[in-house]
Structure formats: structure tokens, C-alpha cells
Design a protein around this ligand. Structure first.
Ligand SMILES: [Zn+2]
Ligand SMILES: [Zn+2]
Length: 281
């Protein structure tokens, strides 16, 4: 009897303490799960997150990004320039003037840097698909109201990336645009195969490599159509350019690209961009 007294005491005579201990265990477990799902701090600026946030990012980091600012933009590819002297009288840059740009227009929300870059990294590389909702809302705002399209399509990704990530980020974004648009979303282009990495290939090999990368799903859906090609990030713009070329060759009458962010190379339409694009035309 005496032997069990201490146990009885601890187990039966301190209900408040027992409850507190159990509660603490449950709370800690729940916090652990939440911490795994969403950390306590904003993943971008480290501000403490309050309540039960939908995203692991604070409201100010989720605010609409600053538009890409520059003194001059090409009217066709929307590349930023230091001055209007880089553009012709029609407002086009040297690349677009020389016919290296395969798309007819490009709309882009912001620069691929700072907060927007961090958000895109969380979305893409940490597979936080739910961030596609606010990012898709940014993208919708980047599309001019007067733009008219018959169909929109996401930029396809490599099948291997699709397996690793579980989703095509461009498709997730395009769905958010389609939600408030009358324009139907269809898969018009696919990656033919896993193209080899561009690094280390000669110019000719690169041309074959990327121009061979895209294949249309059904030319009937493309012929004579005004198409909006949705992408997440443009770095050199070469892949989007090659994809636009594939759509044009299949008979698209107009192809515009809508992207969330673009790398701001600000090189005055110089040789780097020219080389990047010319490898794919
Ligand atoms: Zn933040
Ligand atoms: Zn241009």
C-alpha cells in the first residue's frame, strides 16, 4: 500500500498539474508540426508571424512588388534601358528590330530580385505551391486590361523537374490568371524531352538543343490564335523565345509572354542578350 502511495499521489491527487503536463506535451507537439509547416518567423524578413498564418511570410513581404523601374523600356520585349537612345523611333530595342525576338509583346510584373525573388524561390525551390495564389494575383495585375487573347498556356517544364517539384509553377500561376479571365487555359506546348544542360554546348548544339525542346500538342488549337504564354521568371528569355517560336511556327497569329519577374540585366541591348537570344532563332 505504502509502495503505491507516491504513485497515487502524483497520478490522482494533482489533476491540475497532470492536465498541465499533458497540455504542454500536446501544445509542444502541435507547435512542432506547425513549426515544420510554417516557421514562427517570416521566411524573408524574419519578422515574428502572428496567429495562424496561411503563408510562411509576413503581410509586408506579401505586398505587391514594386514594378521594374527604368528610364526606358522596349515596347516589344519590355527590356529596361538606361535611356531612350537605345530604342528606335518605334520604341523597339536592337534585338526586336533585328527580328531576334519571336514574341509580339511581353508583360512583366517586377524585377527578379529582393522580396519577389525570395517569394519565387520559396514557391519553386521549396515547393510551397500555395504561394502560387498571391503570386498569381501579382501576375494578373501585370496583364493590361486592353490585351485580348484567344487562349493562354503555361510554359512547360522538364518532366524531371515536374517529378521533383510536383507541380509546374507556370501552370499554377496561369490558373490564378484564368480564374478571373475569360481566356481559356490549355496546354498547347510540351517539352519534347529532357534537354541537355546548355552549359558546355557550342552555339549550334544549343540551337538544336532548345529548338528541339518544345512540341505543340494540337496545331488546330494554335493556328490563327492570339496566345498568352505564362512563365514565372525570365532570365535571358531564351526559353520563352524558343517556345514562342514553336507557337508561331505552328501558326499562332500573335504570342505575348506574361511573366512574374525578369532579370534586370540593363545592358543597353548589348551583346550578352543578343547572344542569348540568337542561340535559339
Ligand atoms: Zn516578412
Ligand atoms: Zn525589345
Amino acid at each position: 500500500m505504502d509502495a503505491i502511495t507516491p504513485l497515487r499521489k502524483s497520478f490522482f491527487t494533482t489533476p491540475k498539474g497532470r492536465f498541465s503536463a499533458a497540455h504542454e506535451i500536446v501544445t509542444k507537439a502541435a507547435e512542432g508540426v506547425l513549426a515544420l509547416t510554417f516557421p514562427d518567423d517570416c521566411r524573408i524578413c524574419n519578422t515574428r508571424l502572428s496567429g495562424f498564418p496561411t503563408y510562411p511570410v509576413c503581410p509586408s513581404c506579401l505586398a505587391h512588388p514594386e514594378p521594374l523601374s527604368a528610364d526606358a523600356f522596349c515596347v516589344q520585349c519590355h527590356a529596361p534601358f538606361y535611356s531612350e537612345s537605345a530604342l528606335d523611333l518605334d520604341g523597339r530595342c536592337r534585338l526586336c528590330r533585328s527580328g531576334l525576338t519571336q514574341f509580339d509583346a511581353l508583360y512583366c510584373v517586377g524585377a527578379y530580385e529582393g522580396r519577389l525573388r525570395e517569394l519565387i524561390h520559396l514557391f519553386k525551390y521549396e515547393s510551397m505551391e500555395r504561394l502560387g495564389k498571391p503570386l498569381g494575383a501579382f501576375l494578373r495585375a501585370g496583364l493590361p486590361r486592353e490585351a485580348v487573347f484567344d487562349v493562354m498556356t503555361p510554359m512547360p517544364i522538364h518532366p524531371q523537374r515536374m517529378r521533383e517539384r510536383g507541380f509546374n509553377q507556370a501552370e499554377v500561376l496561369a490558373k490564378e490568371v484564368a480564374k478571373v479571365s475569360q481566356v481559356p487555359l490549355k496546354t498547347l506546348v510540351k517539352r519534347r524531352r529532357n534537354t541537355a544542360k546548355q552549359a558546355g554546348l557550342s552555339g549550334k548544339q544549343r540551337r538544336v538543343n532548345v529548338n528541339d525542346a518544345f512540341v505543340v500538342t494540337d496545331p488546330e488549337l494554335i493556328r490563327g490564335k492570339r496566345i498568352l504564354l505564362v512563365d514565372d521568371v525570365l532570365t535571358t528569355g531564351a526559353s520563352a523565345n524558343a517556345c514562342a517560336l514553336t507557337l508561331k511556327r505552328a501558326g499562332a497569329s500573335y504570342v505575348a509572354i506574361l511573366a512574374l519577374a525578369r532579370a534586370d540585366r540593363r545592358i543597353g541591348g548589348g551583346p550578352e542578350t543578343a547572344i542569348a537570344l540568337s542561340q535559339f532563332v
